[in-house]
Design a protein around this ligand. Structure first.
Ligand code: SF4
Ligand code: SF4
Length: 167
């Protein structure tokens, strides 16, 4: 067999493998970002969700943070003898998603977020404060440290599940 013939045979074998993969095997990836898999219910996303209603301004979360990423400015309300939270600010650039602040909050006012797509072009934009920290359809809370919340969330989908389903 000539060198040229052996070379042609290799291409043919390669094309056979490619065509077999193309036509007979189910896809093992999703078309991100149009298609997405459900993340873990307890994902530690790269943001915090804060509840203005529940927060008392006690600053326990800020003291628990090993990164010093949380800043809280409060004033005392002499009418009802309570703190008023004037500013609640998180520098997500310093946050390592350890969840210690969420675990430390005695009033269930803090959650980790489910999002993992918070890249920004400017450093200042990753500092989030007040209304930008509230929960919304675009900023769903994670079930991390909140098992009752996690129970209501859709189950995580894995690529291996998708493959198993289709076979
Ligand atoms: S998750 Fe950890 S690093 Fe991030 S703000 Fe909370 S305590 Fe700080
Ligand atoms: S620990 Fe909870 S209640 Fe206290 S300031 Fe932080 S978020 Fe608010």
């Amino acid at each position: 067999m000539s060198k040229f013939e052996r070379y042609g045979l290799g291409i043919l074998k390669g094309m056979t493998v490619t065509i077999r993969q193309l036509l007979l095997r189910h896809p093992t990836v999703v078309q991100y970002p149009e298609q997405r898999l459900n993340t873990s219910r307890r994902i530690r996303g790269n943001e915090l969700i804060w509840s203005r209603e529940r927060c008392t301004g006690c600053a326990t979360c800020a003291k628990a943070c090993p990164q010093g990423a949380i800043e809280i400015v409060t004033s005392s309300n002499t009418n009802n003898n309570k703190y008023e939270v004037e500013t609640y600010r998180v520098d997500t650039g310093y946050c390592i998603q350890c969840g210690l602040c969420v675990e430390a909050c005695p009033y269930d006012a803090l959650f980790l977020g489910s999002s993992y797509e918070r890249a920004k072009y400017r450093r200042g934009d990753i500092v989030q404060s007040d209304d930008a920290l509230l929960e919304s359809p675009e900023r769903p809370a994670s079930g991390y440290y909140h098992p009752r919340l996690a129970e209501k969330m859709p189950e995580q989908t894995l690529l291996i599940d998708k493959i198993t389903e289709k076979r």
